[in-house]
Design a protein. Sequence first.
Length: 168
Amino acid sequence: MSHNSIAGWHRRATIGALFEPTAESLVFAVKHSTPVDPKGFTAAFFAPNHAVDADGRALTLVQADFDALVSAASAVAALPRTFQWRVTSEITCHPINYIRFEDGTAQQTVEVYNWNEETRELEEPTEGYTELPDPIQNLLKLANEAAQGASRKRGSNPGLVRKVKDVL
């Protein structure tokens, strides 16, 4: 399934009944770190088709969207492991995004420095790539739908975000 067919998943999701996020049901999550928000949270996805967005809203996803997001996360998991994917920048102090996913019985993390939608060139070739790989670019763009306009909207629950962070 292409990135474009999954785009809009957050808008299609419904604010769902609260659920208990557990390590066992976690499929993947995206966090971020900035100087202002060093323990930032973007979104987490739990089986069978739940998510928690940046506002702490418990969401129920359309199953096809959830399955496509899991597939996108699996494509990231299949990439070569590296310390950090670093997108070129002339200045420092850019955000670091962390994609955490289950890999068998352990959690794995993919770090991306200076992710943005415009620039993909890496500071130096990494595992044979000169640009940020499509799977990472696409998954971060999709995950960030859950953080766009985050402002404690209807259904927000900061306590749920704390619970998710405890799981991570």
